[in-house]
Design a protein around this ligand. Structure first.
Ligand code: AMP
Ligand code: ZN
Length: 457
């Protein structure tokens, strides 16, 4: 089996081979926990879960690290604006630490509800301040930094290939730059250590060789990825917004200290859009998993909705799309439940499935194949055994799904009883009119050898 994955760094589809088999090292950028995850964030975690499952399906053992960004960062990528955690703190009346704890917990529950596998290692930025300071010192010792009044900055002009990941037009950016913010020498320079404002005590701040302050956003991932996975590991992932800034800067920092690109493959999930607009938390209003659940959707419907789009294409969220996903998923679950008997997986379907998932995680094609299988004339036992294999990657939990048993309302049961009585007294007109009342209430009765069976229409 050959697995091909799209690498943003080279902009090519490359054959994947682990650097240190049988282990595959994977780092996925975690949530900034100043608020709930929105369903756009969750799309990225679903893509990464599919990647993880495909790697495991291919026989690899995945060492998966995911960080939690619990240090406050500024609302703009340009190191300006308000601090997100402190802002959340003012909004909710909780401390920055309580906010981080609360939203981390809810985020983990969201992941669980979506059947997303837990990372092997979770790591919090605030637990790794020393590692971040050590990395900044290394970058400083190698001559890649300069100090300003508000912190220590990375001098991006010192790296020849800075911006390669995002194919940044460095000269164009230089020419178009406004008067510099915070004395930055180049528009792409970024803060490594930001000093706390002299007249203000922040909730989250630490002492450092450069003064009291807090780490820049990008340094945590370079430092923690290095600590747990080494200076060069297999795959680093995130959403497409991370290409031009966050991941570009992670590479720069790692280049400056270790001379490596940090990861062998850089993979990015495209955005979920709402009515074709970018769905950002900082924009205020947003949908979260609980919003979908409150509207009556099963969380796995959102997983299924995402499986129908390739991770490298934008996906527009609509309620009609969710309705369609709910209907299709239930159809698949019901088909699965009807398959009785045992069997072996069908090898021709398995091979086609592997071709599709190994073709840069082509899940829409894998789902299409699943429907072909459902409609095929293979035996129920073979279908079941084959879909069980598919579900290792799809993650829909088909084998454990149980239909929700709706309670029949008491009025309907009373009508059913009244109809039985009418029938036993041979009052056929009366029995028929009661049947109509039952139908009007949304139920139907079928007369079986075991007596009347009532179910929702
Ligand atoms: P953040 O909390 O902003 O660091 O985002 C967490 C993850 O969600 C990152 O990998 C982002 O790239 C990703 N992300 C943010 N917005 C969206 C979106 N609308 N669709 C898909 N992924 C997103
Ligand atoms: Zn990151």
């Amino acid at each position: 089996m050959v697995l091909r994955l799209y690498d943003t760094y080279t902009r090519t589809l490359r054959k994947f081979e682990p650097l240190r088999p049988p282990i595959v090292t994977l780092y996925t950028c975690g949530l900034t926990v100043y608020d709930y995850a929105h369903i756009g964030n969750l799309r990225t975690y679903l893509f990464e879960d599919i990647l993880r499952r495909v790697l495991e399906y291919n026989g690899h053992e995945v060492e998966h690290v995911q960080n939690i960004t619990d240090v406050g960062h500024l609302t703009s990528d340009a190191d300006t604006g308000e601090d997100k955690m402190e802002k959340g703190s003012r909004r909710t009346g909780m401390t920055a630490w309580q906010i981080a704890e609360k939203y981390t917990q809810v985020f983990k529950e969201d992941l669980q509800q979506l059947n997303i596998l837990e990372p092997t290692i979770w790591c919090k930025a605030t637990d790794h301040i020393q590692e971040q300071i050590d990395l900044i010192r290394c970058i400083e010792a190698n001559g890649y930094t300069y100090a300003t009044d508000d912190g220590l900055y990375f001098d991006t002009s010192r790296l020849d290939n800075y911006g390669h990941l995002g194919r940044l037009d460095i000269e164009g950016l230089q020419a178009g730059a406004r008067v510099d913010v915070a004395d930055k020498r180049n528009p792409t320079d970024f803060v490594l250590w930001k000093l706390s404002p002299p007249d203000q005590q922040r909730q989250m701040e630490w002492d450092s060789p450069w003064g009291v302050g807090f780490p820049g956003w990008h340094i945590e991932c370079s430092a923690m990825a290095h600590k747990y996975l080494g200076p060069l590991f297999d795959i680093h992932c995130g959403g497409e917004d991370h290409i031009p800034v966050h991941h570009t800067n992670e590479i720069a920092q790692t280049q400056a200290c270790y001379g490596t690109n940090l990861a062998n493959f850089w993979m990015h999930g495209y955005f979920l859009q709402l009515d074709d607009a970018k769905m950002a938390k900082s924009a205020g209003d947003f949908l979260r998993l609980q919003t979908l659940i409150d509207r009556g959707y099963d969380p796995l419907t959102y997983r299924f909705f995402n499986l129908n789009a390739h991770y490298r294409s934008k996906l527009n969220f609509t309620w009609e799309g969710m309705d369609g996903a709910q209907t299709s998923l239930n159809r698949l679950r019901k088909a699965y439940r009807q398959w009785e008997g045992s069997g072996e997986p069908d090898q021709s379907y398995i091979e086609r499935f592997e071709d599709r998932i190994n073709d840069d995680l082509n899940m829409p094609q894998a789902i299409a194949l699943t429907w072909d299988l459902v409609k095929s004339d293979l035996s129920p036992g073979t279908k079941k055994a084959t879909v069980d294999e598919f579900d290792r990657v799809l993650g829909l939990g088909l084998a454990t799904w149980e239909p929700v048993v709706e309670e029949i309302p008491a009025e309907v049961l009373a009508l059913v009883e009244a109809r039985q009585k009418a029938r036993s007294e041979k009052q056929w007109g009366e029995a028929d009119s009661i049947r109509d009342q039952i139908l009007a209430a949304g139920y139907e009765v079928q007369d079986t050898a075991d007596g009347p069976q009532v179910k929702e229409r």
